[in-house]
Design a binder for this molecule. Sequence first.
Ligand code: HEC
Length: 426
Amino acid sequence: MKIKILLVVGFILFFVKFLFFSGKPAPPEVVSSCPPVTAPFPSYDAQFAPTERWCLENPHRQVFQLSQNYGEARRKTDELLAWKQIARTPEELKTKWKEYLFAVLHYAYEGNLETDWTAQENRRRKWFHAPWMHTGATGREFLRGLTVERPSCAKELIEGKICDDDKLPIENWAVSVYNEPGAFYINEIWTEMLKQKPNPKNFPSAGFPEGTVAIKLLFTQAEPDYLRSSINWQADIYRGKMPPQTVRLLQIDVSVRDDVSPTGWVFGTFVYHDDAPMIFYPVELPIERQGWLRVVPLGLMFGNEPAQSVLNSKPLVPQHFGCGARLNGPVDNPKSSCLACHAQAEVPLDLNFNRLNSTYPPMSCDAETDPFWFRNINPRSDRKEERTLSATDKQTVSLDFSLQLREGIERCCAKNGCQCRQENKE
Ligand code: HEC
């Protein structure tokens, strides 16, 4: 009984307070049709955000949202990783390279094909984007989070011939995602970078955990015959100056942290082709997404020694590969290789990237510069001088082959999103 009376009195008091003391009415909320800015990391540059008008006219079109719940990512999941059963030695990476790559591709497709690469909605396992790739005209566009890649010329894409660097009119754009172990390390790096005085010395030296996988989806403006039925995405490649354009899936890159490899990494690449045999996928996909299954593996590499690349000798489209028949993808710089270019994933201790870049020799694929670029490094090596491309004398620490991490940090420093001015540093 007492309780009832108390409840009634409480209710009356609350009501009276509400009637007389509710204060000023709240200002009317500004309702935008566009999604709010994401935090702590933006998904695209405010300069190139969708306009209010675009959002009103396209209410059902998804706008890119960075998958950034890195805190929920575990260092190690208990999953059995199919490729670990396929290659137990570097030799098996070579003899079973296709099987290995298809196992990785299948893993990266699972759940992502169903959600059309909305990584945070994947029900099978979570995937994450790398932060700070959003700034400027080359940064993430608002529809798919694509960023600018090296451009191509038609000759490269159709005949596998090489064009001069200044004659590459075709734009290519890409987006990548990392699995949970990958996101665990991304979280470690970015927790340090967002501190008042970020210090690369505090980056964990173990690098990405074994089992990390990244997949990069590369789209082109070009319309060669073999991409007629490819996956079409709309992307804001003209940065609001023209309506979003269609880009077509051309290349898929994967990278895998695998202790079987002497560098700790296995890199592989696929190309889309209308005539490629469909790979098996257990879930039925709508017709416009079946293109994901028409891809051909081009090769695998796990080190920069020529014998550590395996190339597809009969790709459906003529290909240029990398320097000295090392692996490289159709849109990549032919004077390089996956692992040589990715070895630049290092950070100068003073966070002065301009100084570091000026110490690199040109990547010209010749006897003079090859010894610098085509060494094998491994951030987990016992020997200090093997841990980064620039070795200890140039005062760098490793980002374990992740160029998205490096590029994000560079962009963050350039825009003062991170406190990289090193007068901070003791
Ligand atoms: C000439 C330089 C270069 C070459 C060669 C190159 N890449 Fe990359 N790659 C990049 C850059 C720069 C990024 C980061 C920016 C981005 O994603 O657009 C990147 C990103 C990636 C990512 C996303 C994760 C990460 O490490 O940042 C994967 C996966 C990847 N590349 C795989 C490959 C594979 C496989 C090859 C060889 C077939 C290759 N790359 C060759 C420059 C290169």
